[in-house]
Design a protein around this ligand. Structure first.
Ligand code: SDX
Length: 427
């Protein structure tokens, strides 16, 4: 019996089967069961893929036990505190942090690619004012596949890099246009003199002609602390291994579909409240709880197996410890509280939830800790970003992760079309 193998024994037939163990550079090893059905005539069964590795990847490492997250080996805390979102994008796309010169040219390229075709602007303008930004984003990104159809067949690395930079640069503009649409006000075009994150806030807030709001106290310019806070939020959302939306992106890419429709599918998957939509639901939940004295009752509801109520922003499939991004956001919240008006009432309710849940056996025994969505909403609200835009902010941060994962999939010669089987229980 070879050492690096895993033996399954079928006790019905007393037959044993050996499968190779493959080791990760860090984290759990895997049992390669790709020939399992061929050898045993049976399928493995794993609803929600809780114990299944769907691919080999070198992009992001999560250590769920330790609560650790690394992009290309660099710790998320290091990136959030000492690097910009654009540096993080370059790191994810290229595997190394950029030199000053590389960063400058990457930044310039994104600025020049931040505009969208006028016909696409008109498509967005045709949506009802009530349209949710996520529905406009998913539609707008699918439409980009028509404007850049040549990206369907990319042979060279530079074509892939161009495709990736294009979508990273255009998503903030599409998101800002979706927001302006919901207000019924004119769209603000990107300003190539502004950095990625400042430009996004500018497109959300500026008046036609590029003027910022004027009050009796003067002009409400975009503050450096606001830019840094949002840039950090983008960095914390940039990638997260094989989560539901990334798995969706890889699945759509596996059929040979256009890369932008794969990203659009990822946007749609992220929208769900069990996934990226949780940041919007957390704020709605804090408002529904309304007062610190009501927290205990809601905690009891969250624990009741017969009540479908769940504590939004709590729990995670992988983290069985604090989500390191939640810790980074909490630290950011503390840094911001003197400079921005954070909603102290909602923060008090959130702190009370955290205080109870982290000591209650129901949550402790299930390793349920606050995740990234638990804290982001209070900061986004302080940045004057309205709640329906919260998951769109997640999209802006995550697009680089999705496109990097898609490119890795395309480069992996062992990749196959995603086609799981089933446990049939029908007639
Ligand atoms: C994101 O995967 C990623 O990486 C995602 C993400 C990313 O960056 O891409 O990190 C972003 O999606 C963060 C998660 C945001 N979602 C929420 O905050 C929604 C609330 N959380 C839950 O819906 C839930 O925790 C999930 C969806 C996040 C995880 O679900 P799992 O892994 O399938 O866990 P489970 O449903 O099997 O729960 C295990 C137990 C159950 O109790 P028992 O059946 O064992 O008695 O924990 C309970 C659940 O009922 N539980 C909760 C709970 N989350 C899990 N109970 C109350 N409140 C919760 N929030």
């Amino acid at each position: 019996m070879k050492k690096d193998t895993f033996t399954f024994t079928n006790n019905r037939t007393n037959q044993s089967y050996e499968f190779n163990i493959l080791d990760s550079t860090r984290g759990p090893s895997v049992v390669d069961i790709s020939s399992f059905y061929k050898e045993t005539g049976m399928f493995t069964f794993d609803v929600g893929y809780t114990s299944t590795a769907s691919c080999e990847s070198a992009i992001t490492l999560i250590d769920g036990e330790k609560g650790e997250l690394r992009y290309r080996g660099v710790a998320i805390e290091e990136l959030a505190e000492n690097h910009s979102y654009l540096e993080t994008c370059y790191l994810l796309l290229n595997g190394i942090l950029p030199s000053k010169k590389e960063l400058e040219s990457f930044d310039l390229e994104l600025r020049h690619r931040s505009f969208i075709d006028e016909n696409l602007r008109m498509l967005i303008a045709a949506f009802p004012d009530s349209a949710h930004p996520m529905s406009i984003l998913a539609s707008g990104v699918t439409a980009l596949a028509s404007f850049y159809y040549e990206h369907l067949e990319m042979k060279k690395e530079e074509d892939c890099q161009e495709m990736a930079r294009r979508i990273i640069a255009k998503i903030p503009t599409l998101a800002a246009f979706a927001y302006r649409k919901s207000l019924g006000v004119p769209f603000i075009y990107p300003d190539i003199d502004k950095s990625f994150t400042e430009n996004f806030l500018y497109m959300l807030r500026a008046y036609p002609g590029g003027k910022m709001k004027r009050t009796i106290d003067g002009v409400e310019e975009i503050k450096a602390i606001e830019i840094k806070a949002l840039d950090t939020i983008f960095t914390l959302h940039a990638d997260h291994e094989q989560n539901a939306s990334t798995t969706t992106v890889r699945t759509v890419a596996s059929t040979g579909a256009h890369p932008y429709v794969a990203i659009s599918a990822g946007i749609s998957a992220l929208w769900g409240r069990a996934h990226g939509g949780a940041n919007e639901s957390v704020m709605a939940q804090l408002e529904m709880i309304a007062d610190v004295k009501n927290v205990d009752a809601f905690i009891e509801r969250a624990k009741d197996p017969n009540d479908e109520f769940r504590l939004m922003g709590f729990g995670h499939r992988v983290y069985k410890n604090f989500d390191p991004r939640a810790k980074a956001l909490k630290k950011l919240q503390d840094q911001l509280k003197d400079e921005l008006t954070l909603d102290s009432h909602l923060m008090q309710i959130a702190e009370r939830i955290e205080e109870i849940a982290l000591n209650d056996d129901y949550f402790v025994s299930r390793n349920l800790y606050p995740n990234i969505d638990f804290y982001s909403g209070v900061i986004l609200t302080a940045l004057k970003i309205e709640r329906p835009m919260f998951t769109a902010i997640f999209v802006i941060g995550r697009t680089v992760g999705w496109i990097t994962q898609l490119m890795e999939f395309r480069e992996d010669k062992s990749s196959k079309i995603a086609r799981p089987r089933q446990l049939y229980s029908g007639k």
